[in-house]
Design a protein around this ligand. Structure first.
Ligand SMILES: NC(=O)c1ccc[n+]([C@@H]2O[C@H](COP(=O)([O-])OP(=O)(O)OC[C@H]3O[C@@H](n4cnc5c(N)ncnc54)[C@H](OP(=O)(O)O)[C@@H]3O)[C@@H](O)[C@H]2O)c1
Length: 327
């Protein structure tokens, strides 16, 4: 494995992390035994940066990770999040709460589920428009002083919010969607991240499973991707054609298309640490090898040209969920 720095903390984290959400949330096909084996495999491969949230499976994902963490705490740089309140009947309608009261409750519940005394990187999952960011970050900073959080991060925050938050306490990382299909943070947001010496943690770097050999567009009932425009109608047709052409490119280069998607992100800056999600050892091993792949300038141009031939990709979220981002 190769390693990169987490913001200006001096902590070394693997150049790709492990997104654990799908083990307990949003995607069908969950299998705790294979997920636990995947977590152990991550330790063997040196993937020490794990990503979860209280929201994932309404605590189930943190509970799952806690089983492995308790024996391996010093080997893992653990990231979790608070600020989204789980709404089982409609995940996309879940409520944001960035209040100090909810932080206090959510953090202590997460620590219990994770069977740990501290969380290395604790994110505000979505910025709460009802609570000044200074108030939320001030309350998070108090927990840094108490040693319950080591570093603070934001997820899906705007450039303005990051700047305001960083005046109260150093913000070590921004976690936002970033991939060959979702490049909207390029420009203002990425500039601020770089200027402040933060890490950027791209989530859904594989387009939620699109940048893969086996992407057929067939998603099982009950899978949250069915709610996303990219997995519907003409957008889905566009994206299947796109992935077919990108797969041909990957085959010519003798690599997996998932590795191309990850290597493209890694090429965009040394402070970029993608967190591809998987619950399977076989995918984890493929993804881990991405750190060895260096795309040439011509290859980057070729990949980006393939993407631009299929512009009808669709929005990453429906409007109600987009409205919760980049506040
Ligand atoms: N901050 C936020 O708001 C936010 C939002 C979404 C996600 N996240 C975080 O980001 C992480 C990653 O995002 P994501 O899971 O949504 O999407 P992703 O990483 O883009 O894609 C995950 C999907 O790709 C499949 N996959 C992974 N590697 C593969 C490979 N080599 N070949 C074939 N298929 C492969 C997985 O299958 P299997 O499941 O079968 O392994 C899963 O269906 C999450 O786990 C979560 O921690 C954060």
């Amino acid at each position: 494995m190769k390693y990169r720095s987490l913001g200006s903390t001096g902590i070394k984290i693997s150049s790709i992390g492990l997104g654990c959400m799908g083990m307990s949330h949003a995607y069908t096909g969950q299998d705790d035994r294979e997920s636990l084996a995947t977590l152990h495999k991550a330790i063997d491969l040196g993937i020490n940066f794990w990503d979860t949230a209280d929201f994932y499976g309404n605590g189930a994902n943190e509970l799952l990770l806690g089983n492995v963490l308790k024996e391996n705490r010093d080997k893992i740089v653990l990231a979790s999040k608070f600020g989204l309140k789980y709404e089982k009947s409609n995940l996309l309608a879940s409520k944001i709460d960035g209040s100090p009261q909810w932080l206090n409750e959510a953090l202590h519940e997460s620590l219990k589920r994770l069977q740990t005394e501290y969380i290395d990187l604790y994110y505000l999952h979505r910025v709460d428009p009802q609570v000044p960011i200074e108030e939320t970050i001030g309350a998070m900073a108090d927990f840094v002083k108490q040693g319950k959080i080591r570093y603070i991060g934001l997820s899906e925050a705007s450039a303005q919010t990051i700047l305001k938050a960083n005046k109260i306490h150093t913000i070590s990382a921004l976690q936002s969607e970033y991939s060959l299909l979702s490049r909207n943070i390029e420009g203002e947001i990425l500039d601020v991240v770089n200027q402040l010496g933060m890490s950027l943690i791209p989530y859904s770097p594989l387009g939620r499973g699109m940048f893969t050999e086996d992407f057929s567009g067939k998603i099982e009932e009950g899978d949250a991707r069915l709610l996303l425009p990219r997995f519907q109608g003409k957008n889905l047709e566009n994206n299947k054609n796109l992935m077919r052409e990108l797969n041909d490119f990957a085959k010519k280069r003798n690599v997996h298309v998932a590795q191309i998607a990850i290597a493209w992100l890694l090429s965009k800056g040394d402070n970029i640490i993608p967190i591809p999600g998987t619950k399977k050892r076989k995918y984890l091993e493929i993804n881990a090898k991405s750190v060895e792949i260096e795309l040439t300038t011509n290859e980057i141009i070729e990949v980006e040209n393939i993407i631009s031939k299929y512009p009808d990709t669709g929005e990453r979220y429906p409007q109600s969920a987009l409205d919760l981002t980049n506040k």
